[in-house]
Ligand binder design. Structure first.
Ligand code: NAD
Ligand code: UDP
Ligand code: UDP
Length: 343
């Protein structure tokens, strides 16, 4: 029996707290906000695969119908075009709350909208969870640590965030979303889970979303120079999307509120990342240095001891294995089907 079925034995969905031996768990109704986006659509695939019904709520700002179109016609799947900044009435057992642009280029595009999505949007989804007594999982971010003064970052670290900078709409927005989540937990007894996600990559990322992995991969494929910002010595830790989805589901089904860092501890400078992209796609790809953006965090690497110990989770796919899987998808989307297999 898959691990997530066993984990469910401890949830309130089974009176008495145990799944009777030999019985399959009850199918759940699950809401995924932001489910037409990069991470959300992979999560939706897994939830449907294990037999749950899924409702996606998405305003399609950075998400695409293409990411979920393979489920259209499945009676267990429904997509609602809706902005989480507006209230909504639904009946579900669990809410994975992902709705929010994740790429700096996208979240800076309309910063007031970003902070409304994080604050009002999260408030609405918490109000919904409270009314229907659903379990609520927030996808927060490593950005709550800001430009960290502790390395690697542990969940107990409170962070070093500029409250008035160009990234604040996102990182302060997510910090407030975490606060709201804990206040509903303490005040309304809501069952909540908080994930702090570190940089994640994989198939279905927006090709021109400005994030470093999607930029480098698209640039190398198009024979354009890889744009390294600043001196390229800043670091990030890159997690393959299937590892993240596994972690999110374990967190939702487990006993612990968190917050939990979900990320791959493998740390790379942007120049090292460029080298991996060159090795994977085109050894002759050139590198071009560009001015860095404001308030760019200098380093980032998760300490995942807590998730390892309490969720029994750790990432399995290193960058050099995950990157080719993403390249296959990007090649197909940039050039059409002619020179690659489907993912
Ligand atoms: P994404 O931009 O691909 O997906 C976000 C989805 O939310 C999109 O489908 C978008 O249309 C939708 N959305 C945005 N604003 C909305 C609104 N107001 N109402 C309804 N839908 C809205 O991003 P992603 O990479 O899939 O990220 C998903 C979540 O994970 C986000 O909350 C993000 O902050 C978090 N996260 C992601 C990463 C990462 O590296 N991918 C890292 C840290 C945190
Ligand atoms: N909300 C929602 N759907 C629901 C229940 C609540 O969208 O099914 C919204 C509601 O409009 C409100 C927010 O969630 O803006 C917070 O709701 P809550 O009941 O916690 O607070 P209150 O409405 O009392 O301010
Ligand atoms: N970056 C880069 N070239 C690019 C895009 C980004 O060197 O084309 C750098 C950026 O300055 C940052 C890192 O890559 O240090 C990660 O940026 P990204 O936007 O992917 O995510 P972040 O972790 O900053 O949210």
């Amino acid at each position: 029996e898959p691990a997530h079925h066993r984990d469910l034995a401890s949830t309130r969905h089974f009176v008495g707290g145990k799944v009777p031996l030999g019985l399959k768990r009850k199918a759940l109704r699950v809401l995924v906000t932001g489910g037409a986006g990069f991470v959300g659509s992979h999560l939706v695939d897994r939830l449907l695969e294990r037999g749950d019904s899924v409702i996606v709520v998405d305003n399609l700002f950075t998400g695409r119908k293409d990411n979920v179109v393979h489920h259209f016609g499945n009676p267990n799947f429904e997509m609602i075009r809706h902005d989480v900044v507006e209230p909504i009435l639904l009946e579900v057992d669990q809410i994975y709350h992902l709705a929010c642009p994740a790429s700096p280029v996208h979240y800076k595009y309309n910063p007031v909208k970003t902070i409304k999505t994080n604050v009002v949007g999260t408030l609405n989804m918490l109000g919904l969870a409270k009314r229907i007594n659903a379990r609520f999982l927030l996808t927060s971010t490593s950005e709550v640590y800001g430009d960290p003064l502790q390395h690697p970052q542990v969940e107990t670290y409170w962070g070093n965030v500029n409250p008035i900078g160009v990234r604040s709409c996102y990182d302060e927005g997510k910090r407030t979303a975490e606060t709201l989540t804990m206040d509903y937990h303490r005040g309304a007894n809501l069952e909540v889970r908080i994930a702090r996600i570190f940089n994640t990559y994989g198939p279905r990322m927006c090709i021109d979303d400005g994030r470093v992995v999607s930029n480098f991969v698209a640039q190398a494929l198009r024979k354009e120079p890889l744009t390294v910002y600043g001196d390229g010595k800043q670091t990030r830790s890159f997690q393959y999307v299937s590892d993240l989805v596994e972690g999110l589901m374990k967190l939702m089904e487990g006993e612990h509120v968190g917050p939990f860092n979900l990320g791959n501890p493998g740390e790379f400078t942007m120049l090292e990342l460029a080298k991996v992209v060159q090795d994977t796609i085109d050894p002759n790809a050139r590198i071009e240095f560009r001015q860095n953006t404001q308030d760019d965090p200098h380093k980032r690497k998760p300490d995942i001891s807590r998730a390892k110990e309490l969720l029994g989770w750790e990432p399995k796919i290193p960058l050099r294995e995950g990157l080719p899987l993403m390249v296959t998808d990007f090649r197909k989307r940039i050039f059409g089907d002619q020179d690659s297999a489907a993912t």
